[in-house]
Write a protein that binds this ligand. Structure first.
Ligand code: ANZ
Ligand code: ZN
Length: 822
């Protein structure tokens, strides 16, 4: 009874919270609403230390907002489609849903034990037909708006997983999931036209500055990769009788350097290269193309790798000079960036210069930057300068030259200003089973026919399991004949379902909208509710989602806004990236054998101690090294805090005691500072302040007025409320002991008595030549100037100086002034 036991506290409270339904928002408009969301988990086994950290952080915000009096929406769900479930099903000869939903149940139990303050009634799973019905519905709306389309193109192909990968899922040329070297394959695939939104995705980031981590914004910006320049069209001379003249357009950011172009390069793997090449060079090109296939984009663009390429036998005519420039095919130009062709200006582009050196092509400087000749040094010059060797552009700076060149090209009708993006359309189809089926039927007569809305969801067949799901290069769904063969919704003739499923990033691009009304059956979300809750006020999750998930969710939000279904144009007004949990300075991994099992930690130290340790380890953005922290220290602190409440409870009432003034002041300072620190996400410092307050309270109990002092009760209540953000079980138990009904989660953040914040004074010593002459009572916040002024105007000091002139005054606010007379 009298001893702190996390086990008995943990056993007691979950039922109470459940019964009181503490964490469901009222959702009736009686309080201002706020939405806090943790990136929803993937159900791979039980929760791990990473979940424990991320969800502890999100829960602080959620519980803090609730204490401030907001109506808080804090939901949870599972991102439950995806490859691991399918692989597990193949291994166990099972259906992926078995593995998936078993893991979800395990995780849900662990989350409950972990006491995250979520509204369990809103739980959702993206693999539920009630959810993916609306993913399909949204796909159809995108399709109707021309934002979902199919095209045949070379795609990234993982030979192990036997599926296509989005560019984003190829890391250094390898499959993000399994590490196999990714190859290219030409396939008919579905895409979302995210490129239509490139400008808005970029421009709207301005409003996120300071609210999203800078590095995430930088990564998105770089990923979108907006590049201003020009399209310039060149005539390619006919090759004798063999090839007629043709046109070739390049994208360049430096039209000012047109006079310095000395050759041309087309991407060797682009169809364009084959189109251009003369018979004499065709075989060399074909061999070279084979070589190129094996390389990743990174390798191709590396400045380390020696430049390679083949001549196509063709020449381009410079529209300004009439000069003939040889056209080469090389791998350092990428097929899917710009137009897949460039004008090479070796004097001012290092890659072009390396190529020119390798193949002995001319180098002509057209911008005088005051440096040495790139032809001599082998180093391309890129800074500002004055244009030379450039006809009508001579004398202009680079900055002036760019628009001037564009103007000339526009007059000639051979070029125009152009903004190019690195962002590609989002390849969303996967040849896998465990995903949202694409709601399209292919009919020989009618072509692509969307499944009518009233026939959604297109459910996954339940009879495929085990080996049926193993990768075959086409979707496993193709084998489910009964499922595939359907009547065309348009003409009634024999037709086939699309057998691809959607990238799971589609599922997670709108789940935050579903949470506002997860049981809504008339649409993906209740239109009345969505604008009351959106946007999410605080999103919490790992930096690994800096690009993909966050960019896709932003894209979906904008499209849904454009559909008139949502007022918000951005999904997440603020973003917090929690750090990783390491062990011994390294990420936990099977191969290093440094994994820490969350369940074992919880068993050993208790939920609150683990949560508090995560929070206390440092600012939320920093990594937590589990080898450096002390969950047993956290447990001891929790026991100390808990004992304060016990002592207050058992102390005889002490009427007439005014309360320890110093403790009252500290309590109110702590509350005041905690608020500012919580707003700034300095959760760890709040914990440190609580520790200080607990110690000071203990001192008053043991050596001061005792636990009956009202200042002690006041301190203990403040500790319970603030501690509830980090250690909900202990705090709840303290709150009960202090005589309050559950739940401390709704106690309200303690009010600050401003009068108690007035700083106690400190004593400043004033010396003359190092000898103490006066003492002044000053505010601890006094500035150096104020303290100097006070010291020099003190009557005692004036007298002591006796009119002597002063050489220097050394001030160490708030404690010391030393005056040195001349
Ligand atoms: C002539 C030139 C002269 C260029 C010069 C640069 C410097 P960003 O900023 O990344 O958009 N480029 C265009 N398409 C390419 C492709 N598919 N593969 C490889 N390189 C490509 O870069 C645009 C510049 O990269 C373009 O401007 C083009 O080279 C090259 F002094 O054109 B520039
Ligand atoms: Zn038809």
């Amino acid at each position: 009874e009298g001893v702190y036991s996390f086990a008995s506290i943990e056993a007691k409270w979950p039922a109470v919270w459940d019964e009181l339904n503490v964490f469901a928002p009222l959702d009736d408009g009686s309080k201002e609403r706020r939405y806090v969301l943790d990136m929803f988990p993937y159900p791979s086994g039980d929760l791990h230390m990473g979940h424990a950290e991320a969800f502890a952080m999100g829960d602080v915000v959620s519980r803090y907002w609730r204490q401030l009096g907001y109506d808080v929406l804090h939901p949870i769900g599972w991102d439950s489609f995806g490859l691991p479930a399918e692989n597990a099903a193949i291994k166990r000869n099972a259906h992926p849903s078995e593995w998936t939903y078993t893991n979800i149940d395990t995780q849900a139990e662990s989350f409950k034990r972990y006491a995250i303050s979520v509204d369990w009634s809103r739980r959702l799973q993206t693999s539920d037909p009630e959810y993916y019905r609306w993913t399909q519905w949204l796909f159809k709306r995108f399709y109707e708006r021309g934002l979902a389309y199919r095209k045949n193109s070379p795609v990234n192909w993982c030979p192990t997983d036997q599926t296509v990968l989005a560019n984003e899922q190829v890391v250094n040329g390898a499959c993000e999931r399994c590490g196999s070297v990714v190859t290219k394959k030409s396939l008919n695939q579905w895409y979302f036209k995210i490129t239509d939104y490139a400008d808005r995705l970029l421009d709207d980031m301005d409003a996120l500055k300071g609210l999203w981590p800078d590095r995430v914004l930088a990564m998105q910006k770089n990923w979108i990769g907006r590049s201003e320049g020009a399209h310039v069209t060149f005539v390619i001379e006919a090759a004798g009788e063999e090839k007629p003249a043709q046109e070739l357009t390049v994208f360049t950011t430096r039209p000012d350097t047109l006079y310095g172009a000395t050759f041309f390069v087309v991407a060797a793997d682009a169809p364009l290269a084959v189109d251009l090449v003369t018979a004499q060079h065709a075989e060399a090109l074909s061999d070279y193309r084979e070589q190129t296939k094996a390389l990743s984009d990174i390798e191709r663009q590396s400045t380390e790798r020696p430049k390679s390429g083949v001549f196509t036998g063709r020449y381009a005519i410079n529209p300004l000079t009439g000069e003939k420039l040889p056209v080469w095919a090389a791998d350092y130009v990428l097929a899917d960036y710009g137009t897949g062709a460039i004008m090479a200006v070796p004097a001012h582009d290092q890659r072009d210069l390396d190529f020119a050196k390798a193949f002995d092509l001319p180098v002509r400087a057209v911008l005088d930057t005051g440096g040495e000749d790139p032809a001599e040094t082998g180093i391309a010059t890129t800074g500002e300068g004055t244009l030379i060797n450039s006809g009508e552009l001579n004398g202009l700076s680079k900055t002036e030259g760019i628009p001037a060149a564009i103007e000339i090209l526009e007059k000639l009708g051979t070029g125009e200003k152009f903004v190019n993006f690195r962002l590609r359309d989002w390849l969303l189809s996967r040849q896998r089973f465990w995903g949202t089926p694409i709601p399209i039927i292919h009919c020989a007569d009618c072509g692509e026919v969307p499944v009518p809305d009233d026939q959604l969801p297109v459910r996954l067949p339940e009879n495929l399991r085990g080996e049926d799901l193993s990768p075959k290069g086409t979707s496993p769904l193709a084998a489910a004949a009964e499922w595939v063969n359907v009547a065309c919704p348009s003409c009634g003739g024999a037709a086939k379902r699309d057998t691809d499923t959607m990238d799971t990033f589609v599922d997670s691009s709108w789940y935050f909208l579903r949470f506002v009304s997860p049981q809504f059956t008339e649409g993906p979300f209740d239109p009345a509710k969505v604008n009351e809750w959106m946007p999410v006020g605080q999103y919490v999750g790992g930096v690994e989602h800096a690009i993909l998930h966050l960019l896709y969710a932003r894209f979906f939000t904008k499209v849904i806004h454009d559909m008139g279904m949502l007022e918000a144009t951005e999904p997440f007004s603020a973003l917090l990236n929690q750090g990783q949990v390491l062990n011994g300075g390294k990420a936990m991994s099977k191969s290093l054998g440094n994994g820490v099992d969350l369940g074992q930690q919880l068993d050993k130290y208790g939920v609150d101690a683990v949560r508090l340790t995560m929070i206390f380890a440092g600012p939320p953005e920093d990594d937590v090294d589990w080898a450096d922290v002390s969950p047993s220290g956290s447990a001891k602190f929790l026991a100390r805090a808990w004992r304060l409440a016990r002592d207050v409870d058992s102390a005889p009432g002490a009427p007439g005691i005014g309360g320890d003034a110093a403790l009252r002041s500290l309590t109110h300072h702590t509350i005041h500072d905690a608020k500012a620190l919580l707003e700034g996400h300095k959760f760890n410092v709040v914990v440190a302040k609580l520790m200080e307050l607990v110690n000071a309270t203990r001192k008053v109990i043991d050596s001061g007025a005792g636990a009956g002092d009202p200042a002690v009760r006041e301190a203990a209540e403040a500790v319970a409320i603030v501690l509830s953000l980090f250690a909900p079980y202990t705090a709840e138990d303290m709150w009960e002991t202090l005589g309050h009904p559950a739940s401390v989660a709704n106690a309200g953040f303690p009010a600050v008595d401003e009068a108690l914040l007035v700083a106690q004074s400190v004593t400043a010593i004033v010396q003359i030549k190092g000898k103490v002459k006066d003492r002044l009572e000053v505010s601890p916040d006094i500035t150096e100037d104020e303290l100097r002024e006070l010291a020099l105007t003190s009557e005692v000091i004036k007298k002591a100086l006796d009119g002597a002139s002063i050489r220097t005054v050394i001030v160490r606010a708030p404690k010391l002034v030393n005056i040195v007379p001349a």
